[in-house]
Design a protein around this ligand. Structure first.
Ligand code: 5GP
Length: 204
């Protein structure tokens, strides 16, 4: 297992530099408010597509299949690895997560902009193929607030929360790698910041 709590990740070294749409790659430690921010952006920016990831993790309360994630079995996930279906994949907190190549390629080729919510390892793999990807890191205002947010979410056990905090602290060490960093202290301000970053790259 490496620093990001990831025991395996794909190495898919195809280069794909010819894109029409923009690829926005958003990463954040768990509890930084990334999901809320992404939803707000998708509500406000017309034509932006969200790349729904695939995962072998069990759905949390309120999560819907094909909307929050495609929830699939480990067997199915591994078959898709064999068949080269992932633009990137990683094992995070003991579960597999992956992004569909077909979805990304078709969407970009048709000129659509895409929002990708993936971790640092996934970001590195995506940039390896899609050199023009625009990377954005969302930071919580402080580690204490991150802990409070994870606890108040009430979806994870104490053990999982402390593991997530450990991994979050490691993930935050990577923030300078990203082209843009947004601090999610006040949600409305962070949404406005994120929209203004995205707007800089969009033509339509
Ligand atoms: P969660 O289980 O809390 O929804 O997500 C855990 C972590 O997995 C988050 O850091 C999230 O960004 C990351 N993640 C979600 N989907 C993907 C994906 O398709 N690929 C990669 N590499 N990471 C993902």
């Amino acid at each position: 297992m490496n620093d990001q709590g990831i025991s395996q990740a794909c190495s898919n070294h195809k280069e794909k530099i010819c894109c029409n749409g923009n690829l926005f790659i958003i990463s954040a430690p768990s509890g930084a408010g990334k999901t809320t921010l992404c939803r707000a952006v998708l509500d406000r920016i017309p034509n932006m597509l969200y790349s729904v990831s695939y995962t072998t993790r069990k759905p949390r309360k309120g999560e819907r299949n094909e909307i929050d994630y495609y929830f699939i079995t480990e067997n199915d996930f591994k078959n898709r690895i064999k068949n080269g279906k992932w633009a990137e994949w990683a094992k995070v907190y003991g579960n597999y997560y992956g992004t569909s190549s077909e979805f990304i390629d078709k969407s970009l080729a048709s000129g659509r902009d895409i929002l990708l919510d993936i971790d640092f390892q996934g970001t590195l793999q995506i940039l390896d193929q899609y050199h023009d990807g625009i990377t954005i890191f969302i930071m919580p205002p402080s580690s204490d607030i991150l802990k409070l947010r994870l606890e108040s979410r009430g979806t994870d056990s104490k053990h999982v929360i402390s593991r997530r905090i450990e991994v979050a602290n490691k993930e935050m060490e990577n923030k300078d790698f990203y082209r843009h960093v947004i601090i999610n202290d006040k949600l409305s301000v962070a949404v406005a910041d994120l929209i203004s970053v995205i707007a800089k790259y969009r033509t339509g």
